[in-house]
Design a protein around this ligand. Structure first.
Ligand code: C2E
Ligand code: CA
Ligand code: CA
Length: 684
């Protein structure tokens, strides 16, 4: 195998390579590496499919990539003798490549990796590539014989192992940046070159020769006849890419369905309702159908029966609703029906009456007759308003003490209902703290260039026993108007400090927690005392806390606000100016306000990049902030297009938005940070 026969009877054959095919083989290896890395990336994200599915798919992509690279490389090779290959061995040779890729990706993707993990992964991958190559060589059929030059043979294996080690190490360390196309492409090229360098070193190790009598058979250069092989490779790779593409699409679709649709009724859920309607300003009619005694039937007949009841109600609503109205299942026992436009009110009212008339009579579900106690609240806006307002109105109707579940359609009356809802919120807030109905969610702020997590914003949540989840956008203004926001903010500050202390103890790498401070509280001396008290109580250094204050709230009392912010900064806290651009910003106060960060409001990002004007405005604000030496956080970034626009800007602003993550409960944010944050944190 390693030495030429000592006979004068042999003739050495010189091989040649076709340059275009060599380049093609390199390109194939890099493309396969890119596909494999993309699938590895999906493994890191929440997915409908199990992690192992993506691991398997990426190993198959990588393995087949190595395999096709080899055979394209072989078809680039020419000898002055006809060559063919053994189909069975050729197929077998793909196995070590796929298997080694699986093990290597498994090791490189482990949460806690050491140099040893990469070393083992490098050896496995290197040996896998080499075995594939040499089994592939053994599959060659021709009249010539061959031997290997031992040192180059050995070198090819060492190259495969060392280069695999470097490629896997780079891949794993740069894992967090894989969303950055440039990093992903560079890593793919590195992996691709690893495979090709092994192959061509292996080819340099081989010496082909023929015995003298065969010399007459030599007539010009021959390529290996790989038409069949190339067809199989092309079809195989296209098929794999198709599967990867389809699964990725399916994954996104399933993720969307799971999060935004109700599994039982297949209707859009509360999240979708909020996404579509909460923030838009429009005219329209909103009806909420509330089923009162669902629990009673469920406790009598079980959950499966309850499901059937819900489906029966859905069918009735669907059949009676106005043609263009959309139905949502916003809670277990509540459906919302929304219709755009000023003129739909009467039609909606009639439709809802029809629904309730049907439900007034016994409903037959599974051969049992049941009567549901149902009520419908109706609210309408003739002028353009945010739909969230309509929602609060409808909820206020459902909460009125006079409510009876007697199949009535009750129209919202501001004189009767608003006060009740607000009063209820004001009454319930103190109980909410004691009953642990309040809790925090955290949303990360991420650097748009390096994807490092710079901090998390603490956002308050209230799971009200009757209203369900109430948006802070609804209850915070009510608490502000009724003087209760101060107590709630104190609770938030304590909660944020407690959480920060816990994370510090657990070694969770966060840079700071941001707390929203309502306008009325910013200039109060109590605030400073509460903060100092909690920092001391939980032994948290002040630089772990950031305060977010809105510009609208400080504008009325600008001198005192500047003093207050100065004191916070002296204490070592960061201060961010929130919702920047929504108030009547004055550049003169911005210059004097000693904040560290500006948070640009979502409304500036919504039109980007389609609207050139919005894009220019956003760019100008960022430049302005940098010229004042302020860090920038752009809020409400949702789409890839917006991200690409932001990344294309010269500087590196931080981004907070659904594109990276929604606000998450404590446990999930810890996992999120653990996955996304590189060891070195960068500050805002
Ligand atoms: P904010 O301070 O401007 O907080 C950011 C809001 O934008 C959060 O809404 C967040 O969920 C939402 N958001 C973040 N990224 C995106 C995105 O990409 N798209 C969209 N559509 N929204 C995004 P949330 O949690 O509903 O809070 C609303 C407001 O309620 C906050 O606006 C803040 O003014 C107030 N708030 C929340 N928590 C507290 C708190 O603890 N104290 C006080 N005083 N106010 C709070
Ligand atoms: Ca904020
Ligand atoms: Ca904001």
């Amino acid at each position: 195998m390693f030495s030429l026969p000592e006979s004068t009877d042999i003739f050495i054959l010189n091989g040649e390579h076709s340059v275009p095919l060599v380049l093609l083989s390199i390109a194939i290896a890099c493309c396969a590496a890119y596909t494999a890395l993309s699938m590895n990336q999906r493994m890191q994200q929440t997915s409908f499919f199990h992690k192992n599915f993506w691991l398997l798919l990426s190993s198959i992509a990588m393995g087949l990539g190595i395999w096709s690279m080899h055979f394209i490389g072989m078809s680039a090779f020419m000898l002055p003798i006809a060559m063919n290959y053994d189909v069975f061995l050729t197929i077998i040779s793909a196995i070590p490549a796929v298997f080694a890729s699986y093990l290597a990706f498994y090791f490189a993707n482990r949460r806690y990796t050491t140099h040893w993990s990469y070393f083992i992964a490098g050896i496995i991958m290197g040996l896998g590539i080499s075995s594939m190559h040499y089994i592939g060589m053994a599959a060659m059929k021709m009249d010539a014989e061959y031997v290997y030059k031992p040192w180059i043979f050995l070198a090819s294996i060492v190259i495969a192992v060392v280069a695999s080690y470097i490629a896997l190490y780079t891949f794993s360390t740069l894992q967090k940046y894989m969303r950055n196309q440039l990093v992903k492409i560079t890593t793919s090229i590195l992996l691709g070159l690893t495979i090709t360098s092994m192959h061509y070193t292996g080819m340099a190790a081989i010496v082909f020769y023929v015995r003298r009598p065969l010399i007459d058979n030599l007539n010009g250069m021959h390529h290996m006849d790989t038409t069949l092989l190339i067809t199989v490779v092309t079809v195989g790779i296209s098929f794999l890419l198709l599967i990867a593409g389809l699964t990725s699409l399916l994954d996104r679709y399933v993720d969307h369905r799971l999060h935004h649709f109700d599994a039982l009724t297949l209707l859009p859920n509360q999240r979708q309702f909020e996404k579509e309607l909460n923030h838009i300003v429009t005219t329209g009619t909103l009806a909420i159908i509330h089923i009162h005694n669902l629990e009673k039937w469920i406790s009598g007949y079980g959950y499966t029966y309850g499901d059937k009841m819900i489906q029966a109600v859905r069918d009735i609503i669907q059949s009676k609703k106005p043609e263009y109205a959309k139905v949502y299942r916003i809670e277990g026992n509540r459906f919302a029906i929304f219709q755009f436009g000023e003129s739909g009110y009467e039609t909606m009212k009639k439709s809802m009456k029809d629904v309730l008339t049907v439900l007034e009579n016994p409903l037959e579900v599974d051969n049992k007759q049941i009567v549901l106690e149902v009520v419908c609240s109706l609210s309408h806006s003739k002028e353009k308003k945010v739909v969230r307002g309509l929602f609060s109105n409808s909820m206020a109707v459902l909460q009125h003490p006079s409510i009876a579940y007697k199949h009535e359609v009750i129209e919202y009356d501001p004189a009767v209902h608003t006060y009740t809802f607000e009063r209820q919120i004001v009454q319930d807030i103190s109980k909410a703290i004691a009953n642990r109905e309040l809790f925090m969610e955290y949303q990360p702020k991420v650097c748009s260039k390096t994807y490092e997590v710079s901090g998390v914003e603490a956002l308050l949540r209230w799971k009200h026993p009757v209203y369900g989840m109430i948006s802070p956008g609804v209850f915070i203004p009510i608490l502000e108007n009724n003087g209760q926001i101060v107590d709630v903010t104190d609770w938030v500050i304590e909660e944020a400090c407690r959480q920060a202390a816990l994370w510090l103890k657990e070694g969770v790498p966060f840079r700071h927690v941001s707390i929203n401070i309502p306008g009325v509280y910013v200039t109060s001396s109590r605030l400073l005392n509460v903060i100092i008290h909690n920092l001391l109580k939980y032994k948290v250094d002040s630089h772990y806390i950031e305060l977010e204050i809105t510009e609208t709230s400080v504008i009325h009392d600008i001198e005192n606000a500047i003093n207050a912010v100065e004191q916070f900064r002296e204490l070592g806290l960061s201060v961010a100016l929130d919702d920047f651009g929504t108030g009547l910003s004055s550049l003169s106060y911005l210059k004097r306000m000693p904040v560290s960060t500006i948070k640009i409001d979502k409304s500036f990002v919504d039109g980007v990049p389609l609207s050139e004007k919005d894009s220019d405005v956003l760019k100008s604000i960022i430049i302005l902030c940098y010229s004042l030496n302020l860090s920038v956080v752009i809020e409400g970034v949702e789409s890839k297009e917006q991200m690409d626009f932001i990344t294309s800007m010269t500087e590196k602003p931080f981004v907070q938005g659904y594109y990276f993550s929604r606000p998450l409960p404590v446990k999930e944010i810890v996992t999120w940070i653990g996955r996304e944050t590189p060891t070195k944190l960068q500050g805002v």
